[in-house]
Ligand binder design. Structure first.
Ligand code: 5RP
Length: 236
């Protein structure tokens, strides 16, 4: 499955593999989205095929759903599963309190719903995702297409009133066209540099009309599994 991996892929793979080992027979598992989560799905697929592991999985995007089915994992909707034992997902940044920025892959809406419907959220990441203060990675905010420019203007006003360092916002593109999420919405990326009060920002952003969900995961993640390019793994 792995062949000769670059250090970054090795780091993602070893983190994913360690997290996959936390999954027990009979569990209902949320599957994240992104390149690290894809390693997890492949590891779990191998455990299902080779070791007879029995799990029910809820994917957080159409991409993950397709991959999970491809590798033989039993996929159901969150409404069918109702509650999950564990969600394992990647992240764009995590800090010492295990608060996160997610949504680099545009799936943070489903990811947040699935993670908060789980007994525990385990994040898998290479060490480059560890930060002292969140915000160097642009913060994704999913907005309704209707009136998205009005939502964008209100977000920018809010950033000024909150005295956030960076204030520019950009519409995420997919080539020439706006990027569209699985839910049919747009994503605004907020270039903030540093988020002083992530808890407050997460609450305030979600009050703005047209904002559906932001990529700040505050007090949601329980454990981070960090992979290194030399194959080491650290669990926090
Ligand atoms: C998708 C996400 C991803 O988990 C995040 O972008 C990390 O991706 P990768 O593992 O490819 O670095 O939040 O919405």
């Amino acid at each position: 499955m792995t062949g000769e991996l670059s250090p970054i892929d090795k780091a993602k793979f070893v983190a994913a593999k360690r997290a996959a080992e936390m999954v027990e027979d009979g569990m209902r598992v949320g599957l994240g989205t992104g390149s690290t989560a894809a390693w997890l799905v492949r590891c779990l697929g191998e455990m299902v095929q080779k070791d007879g592991l029995k799990i029910t999985a809820v994917p957080t995007s159409s991409r993950t759903a397709a991959l999970a089915r491809d590798v033989g994992i039993n996929v159901v909707s969150l409404d069918e599963a109702k509650w999950l034992d564990m969600t394992i997902d990647g992240a764009d940044e995590f800090d010492a309190d295990l608060n996160l920025i997610k949504g680099g892959g545009g799936a943070h809406l489903q990811e947040k719903i699935v993670a908060t419907a789980s007994d525990q959220m385990v994040v898998i990441a290479d060490a480059s995702k560890s930060v002292e203060t969140l915000g160097a990675f642009p913060l994704p905010v999913e907005v309704l297409r209707f009136g998205w420019q009005s939502s964008q203007a209100l977000i920018e006003e809010t950033l000024v009133s909150m005295d956030v360092m960076g204030r520019s916002t950009t519409l995420r593109m997919n080539g020439e066209a706006p990027f569209v999420t699985d839910e049919g919405n747009y994503i605004l990326d907020l270039h903030l540099n540093r988020i002083g009060n992530a808890r407050q920002l997460a609450l305030v952003l979600n009050q703005i009309p047209g904002v559906i969900e932001n990529g700040l995961f505050i007090d949601i993640c329980d454990t981070v599994v960090i992979g290194y390019g030399d194959g080491r793994v650290e669990v926090r």
